[in-house]
Design a protein around this ligand. Sequence first.
Ligand code: ADP
Ligand code: MG
Length: 154
Amino acid sequence: MRFKKHLTKNPAQTKKLGEALAKEILKSQPKNRAWVIGLEGDLGGGKTTFLQGLAKGLGIKEKILSPTFIIIRKSKIQNSKSKYENFIHIDCYRIEKPKEILDLDFKEIILNPQNIVTIEWAERIKKILPQNSLIIKFEFVNKNKRKITLSHAK
Ligand code: ADP
Ligand code: MG
């Protein structure tokens, strides 16, 4: 990944960063399992905003909402340039134990090479997050500034 630490000054900049990541993902070599992205940090940190940009960059037309009550949402990636078919959006805000996510066929989801899997509140399921997932941490600096740091798990 070319970028690591970023300071965004408004939601549009955070979306742009998500779009830039989509370009990187589309350019990257296919893997033999899903692309997994864990998003960490406080409520209002910009995780969902970032994913709206990522989804736009992947060519997803439907609106990305926070799946807080639903836990998992799946969207089709209809983009001839994409080797991935599904955009899976998971929100762990309401879960208490990683097992609750395992019970939703998580293993299958992360093994499928056609999936891009994004996980909000990934810190809650650290134990079951695949090694080498991309981790994006969102920190609240002030009302409109967010520090966004990309790294790899473990
Ligand atoms: P999360 O999913 O982490 O809870 P959201 O993306 O749902 O966060 O919400 C972020 C909130 O912060 C939105 O209301 C957005 O308008 C606001 N905001 C202000 N500045 C920024 C910024 N630089 N990046 C992202 N969101 C921002
Ligand atoms: Mg959110």
